[in-house]
Design a protein around this ligand. Sequence first.
Ligand code: ADP
Ligand code: MG
Length: 400
Amino acid sequence: MTRFRTLDDLGDVRGKRALVRVDLNVPMQDGAVSDDTRLRSTLPTVTELADKGATVLLLAHFGRPKGERRPDMSLAQVTKAYSHVLGRDVRFIDDCCGDGARAAVATLAPGDIAILDNTRFHAGEEKNDPALADAMAQLGDLYVNDAFSAAHRAHASTEGLAHRLPAYAGRAMQAELEALERALGRPERPVAAVVGGAKVSTKLDVLRHLVAKVDHLIIGGGMANTFLAARGVDVGKSLAEHDLETTALEILDAAERADCTVHLPYDVVVAKAFAANPPSMRTCNVHEVAADEMILDVGPAAVEALADALKTCRTLVWNGPLGAFETPPFDAATVALARTAAALTQEGSLVSVAGGGDTVAALNQAGVADDFTFVSTAGGAFLEWMEGKTLPGVKALERE
Ligand code: ADP
Ligand code: MG
């Protein structure tokens, strides 16, 4: 039994009004949705509820209107694209609470689907105002949260509502929670974590949490430079946060006490200029970086050793690229290790979970996102979960 009620626990919902918190915060370009990934991720929950005869009322935020009603942030703009992706009619209701919304909802039939306008048009949304949560709750008979990406925020539509109506995790939320549970909650050991990206400062809490949880911590990207510098390596012009060297040493100490093996690169790809295929590019030992060079990727020998370490692991959680992957060929280490992880996953020997905006882009670039066990598109929520934090929107769904 899961710790959460899911749609499996629903019972007969025919004629019931389901308030479903989803993430419709899609990027727009010239009035059109430019990436409909988030819209598509809501489909299993929405079609299942509609097919069971519920009246489906979608709640979501869009942009940051900060409590003001702004036409340029109205979900009316997304309704047509959503209807297209869903392949069904979708109504639009111009408020997420109040008499007008109630009257509009009353005209809907079982199986109908409507988008209610931007929850953030009400200042009470981000304040988790009980009055707003009460007002929204009046529109529904039950609450489904399918927006993991908004679950790190205790807002009226992500947290408050869950205390006012019978609350369930939607299918996308359920998949995300199950994947995260497999990766760090009760993982099969040994567990490896890859933490990369630009800066240590943005992921200090992630590193601190992971050293106590995982057996292998693979540090790459710009943040590896700070760790190398802390260990006395001259990293030249590399991106590094020298003021965090003491912190880096503390993390290494904590890892040692927790029996967590930390992997730092021992060879690296360096260049004098940050550009695609710069002529000054070369591979060298970390102790041979010149004063005018910068480290832009993990070297091939280190990647091979990391791949060997991964082969001994049963679980992998990955956040952050190993190098400056947007600029070729500094994506080589990230792509190579991602392909190894993907192959091990496909062989059935590894559970692999990855997340983070740039990480997802890098995995797509490597062409392996679909071969991982789970790839989370929830940026902030995924990171807070990697920090070991309790997400308020998830906590509110837990069974009493
Ligand atoms: P995510 O979005 O997956 O959490 P981050 O935002 O933390 O990842 O980090 C991604 C960024 O880190 C990328 O823009 C990448 O270019 C940068 N990066 C990785 N390695 C290096 C490096 N050695 N030097 C400079 N930047 C790097
Ligand atoms: Mg990023």
